[in-house]
Write a protein that binds this ligand. Structure first.
Ligand SMILES: N[C@@H](CCC(=O)N[C@@H](CSC=O)C(=O)NCC(=O)O)C(=O)O
Length: 277
């Protein structure tokens, strides 16, 4: 059962927020969903958006301005929260890059974390089931995201190429095994045994032969996190070595913020629309 929390008219579509009890995450979750005007006449495809560290379902929904473009192309857009939440959910107080707001879109296996931190199952299995049951969507879906969520989008598509028509990312972490945010998260959620880690790392998945047909990445060159955390060149190299079709747009002067995302979200939605419609 899902419960409507809010509804607003925007560009002749509906912007809605819902909460529900998640069986994958074992807690109450909130997601946003935009229903375009075309859904009054026919079932529409879905674009899932995965947000970055510290975000809830609200950041992308209220800051990116995606609704204008989703309404134009007739695409439903779903934005989940970035982690399980609630009093029973383990968290690390005062740390913004681990725990609540930082689920990393993987299934945790370590004690204390595995009871709730199953974001991969939530995003790939439970949430699409809820969307299909409750909203006017057809069978086509794509996935996009930002930073931690850009990496989440990449691994969801690389592990399930039949489920997503296309994947795009803004300033994604591309190789969590090789950056401080990633090694902290993987040590916490997966434990010290690094043999498990490559299953949740986009660059490693591509090295292992996982493929998707269409990948679009947007990267700001004035992004403070580019050198230490994101390392977009690792994705460029591994895609070239494994003959994956990556479009990488380096954007002079843009940073890591939602100002960057809102500048190019229209181009991403138009690009996804050619595979979804
Ligand atoms: N609090 C941090 C910055 C956190 C941050 O920049 N979060 C990004 C995603 S980073 C990678 O996953 C974000 O989307 N923030 C939300 C927003 O609305 O901008 C710091 O102090 O550096």
């Amino acid at each position: 059962m899902i419960e409507k929390k809010s509804e607003n008219l925007i560009f002749n579509g509906q912007q809605l927020f819902y909460s529900h009890q998640s069986s994958a995450l074992n807690c109450e979750m909130t997601f946003s969903i935009f229903i375009p005007p075309q859904a009054k006449e026919k079932k529409c495809p879905v674009l899932y958006w995965l947000s970055g560290l510290t975000c809830t379902a609200d950041n992308f929904t209220s800051k990116s301005g995606f609704q204008r473009y989703a309404a134009e192309h007739g695409i439903i857009v779903v934005a989940p929260d970035t982690s399980p939440r609630g009093e029973s959910v383990k968290d690390i107080k005062d740390a913004w890059d681990i725990g609540c707001g930082a689920g990393f879109y993987l299934n945790a296996t370590s004690e204390g974390w595995k009871d709730h931190y199953q974001m991969y199952d939530y995003v790939v299995k439970e949430l699409p089931g809820i969307i299909k049951t409750n909203f006017p969507c057809n069978d086509k879906a794509s996935v996009s995201g930002h930073s931690m969520g850009g990496h989440g989008a990449l691994i969801c598509a690389l592990k399930n190429p039949q489920q997503y028509q296309s994947v795009s990312a803004f300033a994604p972490i591309v190789h969590p095994l090789d950056c401080p945010w990633g090694t902290k998260a993987f040590t916490t959620y997966l434990g010290d045994d690094q043999t498990q880690w490559s299953e949740w790392d986009a660059v490693e998945l591509i090295k292992q032969g996982n493929k998707v047909d269409h990948i679009l990445v947007e990267q700001g060159l004035a992004d403070n996190f580019l050198e230490d955390q994101l390392k977009t060149d690792s994705l460029k190299t591994v895609c070239a070595e494994n003959k994956l079709n990556l479009i990488l747009n380096d954007r002079e002067g843009y940073d890591h913020s939602y100002y960057f995302i809102s500048s190019f979200i229209g181009e991403h939605i138009k690009w996804h629309a050619q595979f979804l419609n």
